[in-house]
Design a protein around this ligand. Sequence first.
Ligand SMILES: Nc1ncnc2c1ncn2[C@@H]1O[C@H](COP(=O)(O)OP(=O)(O)OP(=O)(O)O)[C@@H](O)[C@H]1O
Length: 229
Amino acid sequence: MAEVLRLDGIRKSYNVGTPVETEVLHGIDLTLQARDFLALMGPSGSGKSTLLNIIGLLDRPTAGRLAINGEDTGELGDAALTQLRGRAIGFVFQYHYLISAFTARENVMMPMLVDRGRPDSAMERRADELLDRVGLSRWRNNSANNMSGGQQQRVAIARALAMDPDLVLADEPTGNLDTKSADDVFALMREINRERGTTFLLVTHNDDLAARCDRIVRVVDGVIAGEGN
Ligand SMILES: Nc1ncnc2c1ncn2[C@@H]1O[C@H](COP(=O)(O)OP(=O)(O)OP(=O)(O)O)[C@@H](O)[C@H]1O
């Protein structure tokens, strides 16, 4: 099976070279295969967001090796990292970060615009297909600020899929939703994982949702404290 992500001995310190230098990740090893659906859990301050930022190529580790689709990222410069991030990784956050004055379709087109520069009809078709998939066909011309929290999070999921990523990183994607919307949004991610084989890594504090993932990895004080399912 294809290996999407490999972390070997990832360490991360903040404020390096200052008197308050602190190491918050102390050697993380983790492998994700295509089709994995993994919940990352752990107490507040344990290092989950730090780890997610490193996996998402938004921050670099202080030590250790990170490979995406078999490609070692340690040697890549900033431009190459940005390009790899855009093509291989989709992001869903607790707060959707949609552009509120843009329509649902325009929001979903954003990653394609960043990649290709100017809008074209193929982007529109792709955005419409994705909105159809997340159940929002009829809403494509609505501005994001006229949609419910659950609908906005569905738009954010469609946007995360715009570049057909291998890996979707979701940081408490249902943390801001009522129980029913949270359930629907989780079920949608699960369906997409099964249909497309997209790998998902989900940070959650919700035990019920975690129990519905294939793997649960617990981070405590910057180390992996255990894995179950
Ligand atoms: N930019 C930063 N500079 C210095 N310290 C930081 C920075 N970001 C995070 N930390 C520290 O790193 C540790 C891990 O934080 P992190 O946000 O990764 O934890 P978390 O598990 O995501 O927590 P939560 O569940 O509350 O989001 C904490 O002690 C935090 O204070």
